[in-house]
Design a protein around this ligand. Structure first.
Ligand code: AKG
Ligand code: FE2
Length: 207
């Protein structure tokens, strides 16, 4: 057994830890976040594999008269679509089991975002294209690669933004009313940072 584990680590197989160390922080208006640093370890090869092999595409958005490229690369895996690495399916399923009672449904989709350097970012938004606009739900994010902070602020103002540092292998789950009463963002940075890949697991109809 010990020998097997040693060789697993030697080949760089990623390993998910338990979810019992998740810590919840209640936010205003019925929102909360659960955070677990270092959920996935041994993920260096996984990061390299995802960066190289996922069919990344540029996000383009209509802004007034122009179509502009949103500065990050995306890939989306809908319900039933195989994920690019088995450990991501394991992560999704473990999260589903952990939150089964509270969420009442499984996580079924995975959105991947690749922030190539500090110029890539996502502006303030909530995941409100789907049911998150009207219902309490959860969005779970596994962060890989270079550390970048996730900022959160209440939509109605009245509170300073919160800054959650997300490093290699860290997990954050946004829950309760977070998508409709709070916004989140990954800000640009002038610091010279390498790539970061965010994997977001969502239930059916949340986008
Ligand atoms: O990069 C992240 O972890 C956040 C991504 C995000 O908020 C989104 O794609 O909706
Ligand atoms: Fe989001």
């Amino acid at each position: 057994m010990l020998h097997q584990q040693t060789s697993l680590f030697a080949t760089g197989a990623p390993v998910l830890g338990g979810l019992d160390r998740l810590r919840r922080t209640p936010l205003a208006h019925g929102a909360w976040i659960d955070v677990l640093p270092g959920w996935l370890s041994g993920a260096d090869d996984l990061f390299a594999e995802l960066a190289a092999e996922v069919p990344w595409r540029e996000e383009r958005r209509q802004m007034y008269d122009n179509v502009v490229a949103v500065p990050r690369l995306l890939a989306h895996y809908g319900p039933g679509e195989p994920l690019p690495d088995p450990v991501l399916a394991e992560a999704r399923d473990r999260l589903g089991r952990h939150y089964a009672a509270e969420l009442g449904e499984p996580f079924v989709s995975a959105g991947l975002c690749y922030y190539r350097d500090g110029r890539d970012s996502v502006a303030w938004h909530g995941d409100r294209f789907g049911r998150g606009a009207t219902h309490d739900t959860m969005v779970a994010i596994l962060s890989l690669g270079e550390p970048r902070p996730l900022l959160l602020r209440p939509r109605g103002g009245g509170e300073p933004a919160r800054k959650v540092p997300l490093g290699h292998g860290d997990l954050i789950v946004m829950g309760g009313s977070c998508q409709r009463t709070w916004d989140h963002a990954i800000p640009k940075t002038r610091a010279s940072v390498g790539g970061r890949i965010s994997v977001q697991f969502r239930p059916r109809g949340v986008a």
